[in-house]
Design a protein around this ligand. Structure first.
Ligand SMILES: [Zn+2]
Length: 121
């Protein structure tokens, strides 16, 4: 599973971290990270899955430990393995089914990672 970062990730980061008076409170290091990964395809660490964000695997020359990327910065998701899976709010685990939790068996606590209307490509 991979994500392609938006081409304007750095500009987005700067805009997100500038208040309405024009004061910049962002972090130079993050700004550089965003500049380096902008437009690139990076590998997702699928150990932990989220609905609105992604953990990446280490990115050579950018981040030795991988970084957290919010979905706003993602142009597209490639080979999304989250389809049909859900986060269970009861046991706090990833369920391999979005109908019944494959860990605790409950049905009322599942939050699908990908909403059904997003399935079409
Ligand atoms: Zn569960």
């Amino acid at each position: 599973m991979k994500i392609q970062i938006k081409k304007n990730a750095k500009e987005m980061y700067i805009a997100d971290n500038t208040d309405f008076e024009g004061n910049y409170f962002g972090n130079d290091q993050w700004e550089q990270v965003m500049e380096k990964i902008a437009g690139k395809v990076v590998e997702v660490d699928t150990e932990q899955l989220f609905k609105h964000e992604f953990n990446t695997k280490p990115i050579e020359g950018v981040a030795e430990e991988g970084i957290r990327v919010m979905e706003e910065y993602v142009e597209k998701v490639i080979d999304d393995i989250r389809k049909g899976k859900a986060h269970c709010e009861f046991c706090n685990e990833t369920s391999d089914s979005d109908k019944v939790c494959t860990n605790c068996g409950r049905i009322d606590y599942l939050e699908p990672f990908v909403d059904e209307y997003e399935y079409e490509e």
